[in-house]
Design a protein around this ligand. Structure first.
Ligand code: 5GP
Ligand code: ZN
Length: 110
């Protein structure tokens, strides 16, 4: 398996661990786009949210619980982003929820 996030989950590639639960880990993004920029990803490989929902629906609650735990640290608000596919801007094909906070977000997104 050549998936970079699977390697991070396995500890084969170093990352800054922010939080974790049985289902998912939360790591600092390598190129942060906001003061808080954390990636929350399932421990199992799933290419995107649709695949995860199909293959592991029982994990969704714990994945978003972890993302919410990170987001709630940003008292002024936060944003979840799940880029999917080419037009969605997805560059790593292992599901991850971006948790962004610490500054005012813009709308509409680019
Ligand atoms: P996507 O574009 O797929 O939604 O997001 C991929 C994210 O993963 C990007 O924000 C990118 O900075 C981050 N990223 C890519 N490679 C690594 C890595 O090796 N370690 C960490 N911590 N983040 C990474
Ligand atoms: Zn993977």
């Amino acid at each position: 398996m050549s998936c970079i996030f699977c390697k991070i989950v396995a500890g084969e590639i170093p990352s800054t661990l922010v939080a974790a639960n049985d289902e998912a880990i939360a790591i600092a993004d390598l190129q942060p786009m906001a003061p808080t920029h954390v990636l929350v990803m399932p421990r199992v490989h799933a290419a995107n949210f649709a695949a995860y929902l199909r293959e592991r629906p029982q994990g969704v609650s714990a994945l978003f619980s972890l993302a919410t735990e990170i987001g709630e640290r940003c008292e002024a608000g936060y944003r979840f982003v799940v880029n999917t596919g080419g037009d969605g801007g997805q560059t790593v094909e292992h599901l991850h929820v971006h948790v962004l906070g610490g500054r005012a977000m813009q709308w509409p997104p680019g």
